[in-house]
Design a protein around this ligand. Structure first.
Ligand SMILES: Cc1ncc(COP(=O)(O)O)c(C=O)c1O
Length: 358
């Protein structure tokens, strides 16, 4: 709790990360209304904040995925029982952390080769434990994962005969398509990727092996995955907080995340804000000033943002909300976030997983 409950966000000191809960609720409603019978698993790498997860759990979101073990630990600590680490876990130190998480939650991890499988089996037998694994399938992103079809089937056959290992399904993420602007090309490529994932599922089932879960897609491709037969679940994250870059390809979701900033200097045609690239991620492009299309951010230095603007110039001390160009990376830059409704502070939440990569 902040002690600032009920205060206007514009009376807070800056820079301050803010989540507008009304916008976040609408984004959640848009996706839950469009699920078409599929399940929703929310990606925590975009959120990194336990308070926000508890808020979402109250609204019925119960399964989450994450990219890193420290994120899984935050999820388990706030009471999430259904966690997928959509990543490869390498080394006994990390495998031991997965194992200890299982006292709090059902945790699944991804593998894409026999070395991963052997390491998990060895650990499981040595410590009399077990692991739930998904085979990660590369559906075109060219990152982790076995190729669809036979290479994945071969790995799955090895998983099902491994001691102390349960085969929990397939995970395939079309990251290369998320921000693609050309809709025709994107639709074609998305359905091709989904078909390769579903065909792999059918190939495995033909061998008499049950596939309990097939999970895929992100904010940029969710609409295709919900139409595909043979897909059980979508796994987007950014749709809740959003940013101006994702908003270009996904206008059905609106930015709920902003960085409150103060005008600290001005001259004709230009003003300067007190938050720079250490508070506002610019790795995907230029951020925007919320509700002021005529004020254009053109340069971020570490602690300053320069904004081109006509008349009237803002006053020194005026506040602006900056819509970031990458919500996930911006959450990673801050220690806490103010949850607000109607411009008033509701709560302040620590961002437990920010600045962590383990
Ligand atoms: C495995 C995986 N699934 C899903 C997503 C989707 O995330 P978003 O909705 O934020 O694009 C990502 C993003 O990096 C991912 O790595």
């Amino acid at each position: 709790m902040s002690g600032n409950q009920g205060a206007s966000i514009f009376d807070l000191d800056s820079p301050q990360l803010i989540i507008d809960l009304d916008i976040l609720d609408k984004n959640l409603g848009t996706i839950t209304n469009g699920l078409n019978g599929k399940k929703l698993r929310v990606h925590f790498k975009s959120l990194k904040c336990g308070g926000l997860v508890k808020y979402l759990m109250d609204k019925g979101c119960n399964s989450f995925l994450c990219a890193k073990l420290n994120e899984a630990e935050v999820l388990a600590d706030v009471g999430v029982k259904n966690i997928l680490i959509a990543n490869q876990i390498v080394g006994d130190l990390k495998i031991a952390r997965v194992d200890s998480l299982k006292t709090k939650a059902n945790v699944k991890i991804c593998i894409d080769c026999e070395e991963h499988l052997l390491a998990l089996t060895r650990f499981a037998q040595k410590f009399n434990t077990s692991f739930d694994v998904l085979a990660e399938v590369d559906i075109g992103m060219n990152r982790c994962g076995t190729l669809p079809g036979k290479p994945t089937l071969e790995l799955v056959k090895k998983i099902v005969v491994s001691k102390n290992i349960r085969f929990s399904g397939l995970q395939g993420y079309d990251g290369h398509l998320q921000l693609m602007l050309d809709r025709t090309e994107k639709t074609k490529k998305a359905f091709e990727g989904l078909a390769s994932l579903v065909d792999t599922r059918r190939m495995i089932e033909k061998e008499g092996i049950a596939v309990p879960l097939v999970t895929t897609a992100g904010t940029g491709t969710w609409e295709f995955a919900v139409q595909a037969e043979g897909i059980d679940e979508i796994q987007p994250g950014s749709f809740l907080l959003m940013d101006c870059i994702y908003n270009e390809v996904r206008p059905e979701f609106h930015p709920s995340l902003t960085v409150l900033s103060t005008v600290i200097s001005r001259r004709p045609g230009l003003y300067v804000l007190d938050a720079g690239s250490k508070a506002i991620s610019k790795d995907f492009g230029m951020p925007m000033v919320k509700g002021k299309p005529q004020e254009k951010i053109f340069k971020l230095a570490e602690e300053h943002t320069r904004v081109e603007c006509g008349n009237p110039l803002p006053e020194i001390g005026d506040k602006r909300e900056v819509v970031t160009a990458h919500c996930c990376a911006t959450m990673n830059l801050h220690r806490n976030v103010v949850a607000a409704r109607n411009g008033k502070v509701v709560d302040i939440w620590p961002i437990e997983a920010s600045g962590r990569y383990d």
